[in-house]
Design a protein around this ligand. Structure first.
Ligand code: UDP
Length: 252
């Protein structure tokens, strides 16, 4: 995030995480659309923070994002634990919906990139039904390689979206946006992971009970046990925060 960013942040191991709540986040991004200021929005969770700590290139991406919101409950907890609490959790899935709701007021154009051809088709039609005031100016599935990037970028540029949501998994969506954000020049460019799978009805989001217990990660682990390796990052993150409590918010 740029030094002059008007959003108050708490640095978590050098990654500046926004402290503002959902409402203020939507208002801030609405201004970004109004002023045509490109923003890479990253929805940070402990897995991403741990990846960044092990991978300098990924760290650079997290640091250069214009807005990093506290999506993972582990990130919210870490800020609180270090006495620099964020206003609330800003989950990427909820932010996507809040932005679309807001977009209805201004007839924002939206481009959806990622997931399978069936999922993206269904997602596009469901979102258009749910938010008739927005314009889905284009969509494309997420199963393409670097050779197709140019074609994909031309398609997005032609569609002239105000919002670009990319659902390709955190390992690839954030680097992809970072690589092309200056060419795309879209006010809101945000990675949304498995959100299209949920919107299309292919998978379910964790029930409210899990969300309230701050345990969406547990629900996902139970549904997809193969995720356990990645999820080992969660306890590792917690231990690191506790061990290095004095340094967590000081790292540059
Ligand atoms: N996906 C994609 N292209 C790929 C790999 C994955 O579009 O090359 C999509 C996949 O269909 C899913 C989304 O990326 O809709 C998120 O995948 P996953 O939940 O595995 O990623 P995570 O958010 O856990 O990193």
């Amino acid at each position: 995030m740029k030094a002059e960013s008007p959003v108050p942040t708490v640095p978590i191991f050098g990654i500046r995480v926004s402290k503002i709540d959902m409402k203020a986040t939507v208002a801030y991004l609405t201004e970004a659309v109004r002023n045509r200021e490109p923003h890479q929005v990253i929805t940070a969770n402990p897995i991403m923070v741990m990846t960044a700590l092990e991978n300098p290139a990924y760290m650079e991406i997290m640091k250069s994002a214009e807005l990093v919101v506290p999506d993972g409950t582990g990130v919210v907890w870490a800020a609180e634990y270090c006495h620099e609490p964020v206003a609330e959790r800003v989950a990427g899935f909820d932010l996507l919906h809040e932005l679309l709701r807001q977009g209805e007021r201004y007839t924002w154009k939206v481009y959806l990139l990622g997931s399978t051809p069936e999922v993206i088709h269904e997602t596009s039609s469901r979102l258009q039904t749910q938010y008739p005031g927005i314009v889905i100016s284009g969509y494309h599935d997420g199963y393409f390689g670097p050779d197709d990037d140019e074609k994909i970028i031309s398609g997005i540029l032609e569609a002239q979206p105000d919002l670009l949501f990319v659902a390709r998994g955190a390992d690839s969506q954030e680097p992809w946006i970072a690589k092309y954000k200056s060419r795309l020049n879209i006010p809101v460019m945000m990675g949304v992971g498995g959100s299209f799978d949920v919107i299309s009805g292919k998978t379910k989001r964790a029930p409210i009970a899990f969300q309230k217990l701050r345990a969406e990660w547990l629900y996902r682990l139970l549904k997809e046990p193969t995720r356990y390796k990645r999820m080992l990052a969660l306890p590792k993150f917690a231990v690191k925060v506790m061990r290095e409590k004095d340094k967590v918010t000081k790292a540059q």
